[in-house]
Design a binder for this molecule. Structure first.
Ligand SMILES: NC(=O)c1ccc[n+]([C@@H]2O[C@H](COP(=O)([O-])OP(=O)(O)OC[C@H]3O[C@@H](n4cnc5c(N)ncnc54)[C@H](OP(=O)(O)O)[C@@H]3O)[C@@H](O)[C@H]2O)c1
Length: 327
């Protein structure tokens, strides 16, 4: 029987087990896909630990690329033998083969490898909706400063390149000088080592005291207050992750005191709820990648059975760019 990484209870990396699972035929609106590579994402950590609670037992994983083996009734955009990739709910991507809803799965262009596909769907579609659709009042224009935390990570390195392509001056934060260098090499205009420097002061310096129009914050608890202090009046706080822990409850008056700020807490899954929206966003992402404006950096490869080590490294801030699991 095919193998998959399952959890029976929430906890640390040790709760993940390689298990044999039965995989049947796809039902209406579903496909069966054999994975060539699976993506590693911070959301997998939240789902494993229980920060994002899901019914158990559970096969983890939200992103993968492979070949379609079978399609169920009503699926017209994919056929057996197609190269395909996805970022999708429900979880289940840490597996050799699975059955899943077809609507989040798209054909993978030949110019993009399976490893790149597995490394870029969830992270790249996230950057797509952040930079293209999650903008401050009045939009973003070339030359605008934006602050992007954890910029040397999987989402971060894609964002640095995408922002450069849009003409934005991305101010990166990252947890080491080497990571800062990497963010700069990938298109960030400025980089701040936020473990060593006060990022609020540095952002004020870089922007001549004005602050930025938008902050993209996936770090959460540790950066929330500072991020608000980096915003111009009417600026937009985009809190889209919690790598350091969830943001504590917020007193709304703080937003008034700091200049009539806007806040949003988005998730990719609202953006890819329909097949049409998913395809349109994927087409934009594939265009950025095949044109060479965004390069997908697959930095680490782990065998599926070594998934615990992959989680340990991700949580310990040891990874840069994207990592993949190989079934
Ligand atoms: N809402 C959405 O739609 C959505 C979609 C995709 C991803 N996300 C979020 O985006 C973030 C990035 O995801 P990713 O998969 O690409 O991960 P990643 O950025 O490759 O890894 C997370 C990074 O967060 C930083 N970090 C800061 N404080 C940390 C702490 N206390 N513990 C661990 N890491 C810490 C680390 O970089 P430094 O060492 O440089 O600080 C670490 O490398 C995650 O928070 C994820 O949940 C949200």
């Amino acid at each position: 029987m095919p193998l998959a990484v399952q959890i029976r209870r929430n906890g640390g990396p040790e709760v993940m087990e390689l298990a044999e699972v039965a995989v049947g035929d796809p039902g209406p609106g579903e496909i069966r896909i054999r994975h060539h590579a699976c993506g590693l994402n911070f959301i997998d950590v939240y789902q494993r630990s229980g920060l994002y609670a899901l019914p158990l037992p559970l096969t983890l994983g939200m992103e993968a690329a492979g070949v379609v083996e079978a399609v169920g009734e009503g699926v017209t955009h994919l056929k057996p033998g197609d190269r395909a990739a996805y970022a999708s709910q429900p979880p289940g991507a840490y597996s050799e083969v699975r059955v899943m809803p077809a609507k989040c799965v798209v054909q993978l262009p030949d110019a993009i490898s399976f490893e790149e596909g597995a490394a870029m769907m969830l992270k790249g579609l996230t950057v797509q909706y952040l930079l293209r659709k999650t903008q401050p009042q009045g939009g973003l224009q070339p030359g605008d400063h934006v602050l992007f935390h954890a910029a040397a990570g999987g989402v971060g390195l894609i964002a640095c390149q995408w922002a450069r392509a849009m003409g934005l001056e991305l101010i990166a934060t990252a947890g080491s000088d080497d990571k800062c260098r990497l963010a700069l090499e990938h298109g960030a205009a400025h980089a701040i080592n936020y473990r060593r420097e006060n990022f609020v002061e540095r952002v004020k310096e870089i922007t001549g005291g004005r602050g930025v129009k938008v902050v993209y914050d996936s770090v959460g608890k540790d950066t929330w207050d500072g991020s608000l202090d980096c915003l111009q009046p009417f600026g937009l706080m985009v809190s889209y992750g919690n790598a350091s822990g969830p943001v504590p409850p917020v007193a709304l008056g703080t937003l008034a005191a700091k200049g009539s700020l806007y806040v949003t807490r988005p998730t990719l899954f609202s953006h890819i709820s329909s097949r049409e929206a998913t395809q349109a966003m994927a087409d934009d992402l594939f265009g950025m990648v095949t044109s060479g404006q965004v390069k997908i950096r697959v930095e680490r490869r782990y065998a599926l059975k070594d998934v615990a080590q992959a989680h340990i490294d991700l949580e310990a801030r040891q990874t840069i760019g994207s990592s993949v699991l190989l079934p």
